[in-house]
Design a binder for this molecule. Structure first.
Ligand code: APR
Length: 170
């Protein structure tokens, strides 16, 4: 039985086997949660990311967590919201799906996500949380290793939305 947790806090403090970074295509760091993860992981993270040759939107790549509490950082790139006519919904779902599949591949038992694309990338929060719920419902039967999925919300709007969606949809 997979446990879903929704908390408000700082993703870089999580102790799950993997945390997911809402990165950009270069994987060379940035602001938001990307910047927070690089600061918390230390400079080795950037050195390793430089060798990954970037990451396409919706794809996911994995690195060690270095001085983070998490063993791994799974870097994924969500879509920039451009009005909803460039398959942003499909790309956001792929980012969550590929992050979960990569965590499975690395035998992670627990994973923590930020609210991908809902910050700088402008994806509407209420739409994003519904897509995340769809992904979780679809992929749950295929997860063999993961037994805890945490959603770490930084802002209150996302926190309330996630509480609503994931508390009432056990
Ligand atoms: N812990 C958890 N969540 C955080 C943290 C943190 N320390 N810092 C920010 N967030 C939240 C934001 O409040 C937002 O809800 O992460 C969510 C994603 O926002 P962004 O970090 O802006 O990521 P995104 O919208 O996917 O944009 C990605 O921003 O930082 C750059 O390099 C990144 O270019 C990329 C773009």
């Amino acid at each position: 039985m997979i446990k879903i947790e929704v908390i408000k806090g700082d993703l870089t403090l999580e102790q799950t086997d993997a945390i997911v970074n809402a990165a950009n295509n270069s994987l060379l760091g940035g602001g938001g949660v990307d910047g927070a993860i690089h600061r918390a992981a230390g400079p080795e993270l950037l050195e390793v990311c430089k060798k990954l040759n970037g990451c396409a939107t919706g794809e996911a790549k994995i690195t060690p967590g270095f001085i983070l509490r998490s063993k791994y950082v799974i870097h994924t790139v969500g879509p920039v919201w451009k009005g909803g006519y460039q398959n942003e919904t499909g790309k956001l779902k792929l980012a969550y799906q590929n992050s979960l599949l990569l965590a499975e591949e690395y035998n992670c038992k627990s994973i923590a996500f930020p609210n991908i694309s809902t910050g700088v990338y402008g994806f509407p929060k209420a739409m994003a949380v519904e897509l995340v719920r769809e992904v979780i419902d679809e992929i749950k039967p295929n997860l063999k290793n993961i037994d805890l999925i945490k959603f770490v919300c930084f802002d209150n709007e996302n926190f309330q939305l996630y509480l609503q969606v994931f508390k009432t949809n056990k």
